[in-house]
Design a protein around this ligand. Structure first.
Ligand SMILES: C[S@@+](CC[C@H](N)C(=O)[O-])C[C@H]1O[C@@H](n2cnc3c(N)ncnc32)[C@H](O)[C@@H]1O
Length: 248
């Protein structure tokens, strides 16, 4: 049985939130984290949506009469913000032949990602705080096909949300670039899970939808669903929200 918000959540002072050492927390959790979200069906549904969209981009490019319109999988560029150990997101999309960059602040998790996915030359990893990172200039100005950010925004102080969404929306290719934003639904405070204790905060699905729409994206689908770790204790259960959007 899945319970709603059974984790221990207490309020947290915004200054403490901003000062919290996430790098250390995720580096310490690096051995436990890879199994933590296995079997996450909501994330899989969102990934399936993105995969269909990207495959149809390749297909429609090749349907155009001009040879300039043809796109091959290697032309598709994806970014995974908060990629952790690179699985499943970077792995699935790089195995499809797309170019993928995973960004994370945890060097411990990125070491695992580089080791796990060394067989994929089109999977790249960069150590950075997402607030300071942008793709290469040739990509950043409207040449990114897909951005994923699964369960990372909860680690951002709310004051940083709008700037981060505006920045990501600006990277996306107009009309076709897509973005999947997933986060824990309505959680504010210190959270204790088997993997770590950390501050977390989130907007409602309506607030996140409005945020994306006022930053030039159209929300294509949005839903919430209950999740419980299949591999760890049942107290690690919660409601997740998923928003699939496209740049206008
Ligand atoms: C809950 S995990 C989610 C990992 C992965 N996206 C998934 O779906 O399982 C959050 C990840 O975001 C990373 N992270 C947190 N804050 C970040 C920031 N400001 N910039 C880059 N990565 C960050 C953490 O190191 C961690 O790997």
């Amino acid at each position: 049985m899945v319970h709603r918000h059974t984790e221990k959540v207490e309020t947290v002072d915004p200054e403490e939130f901003a000062k919290f050492n996430l790098v250390d927390t995720y580096n310490k959790a690096k051995d436990i984290y890879p199994t933590f979200t296995e079997g996450d069906e909501g994330r899989q549904r969102a990934l399936d949506w993105a995969m269909l969209e990207l495959k149809s981009l390749v297909q429609s490019g090749n349907d155009q009469t001009s040879s300039n319109g043809a796109r091959v999988p290697a032309d598709i560029y994806c970014v995974d913000i908060g990629c952790a150990h690179g699985q499943p997101v970077v792995q699935i999309f790089a195995e499809q032949g797309f170019e993928v960059t995973g960004v994370d602040i945890s060097n411990g998790l990125l070491d695992q990602a580089r080791r796990n996915l060394a067989y994929l030359p089109n999977a790249h990893f960069e150590l950075a705080d997402m607030r300071d990172w942008s793709p290469a200039p040739t990509r950043a100005d409207g040449n990114v096909d897909c951005i994923f950010t699964f369960y990372v925004f909860g680690h951002l102080p709310l004051v940083d949300y709008e700037a981060m969404v505006a920045k990501m929306a600006g990277w996306l290719r107009p009309k076709t670039g897509i973005l999947v934003l997933a986060t824990v639904a309505q959680m504010h405070g210190w959270v204790t899970t088997r993997a770590a204790t950390f501050p977390s905060t989130s907007l409602t699905i309506q607030e996140n939808t409005a945020l994306l729409e006022r930053n030039g994206c159209e929300v294509v689908r949005a839903w919430e669903e209950e999740w419980s770790s299949k591999t760890m204790a049942t107290e690690d259960s919660r409601t997740h929200q998923f928003i699939c959007a496209r740049r206008k």
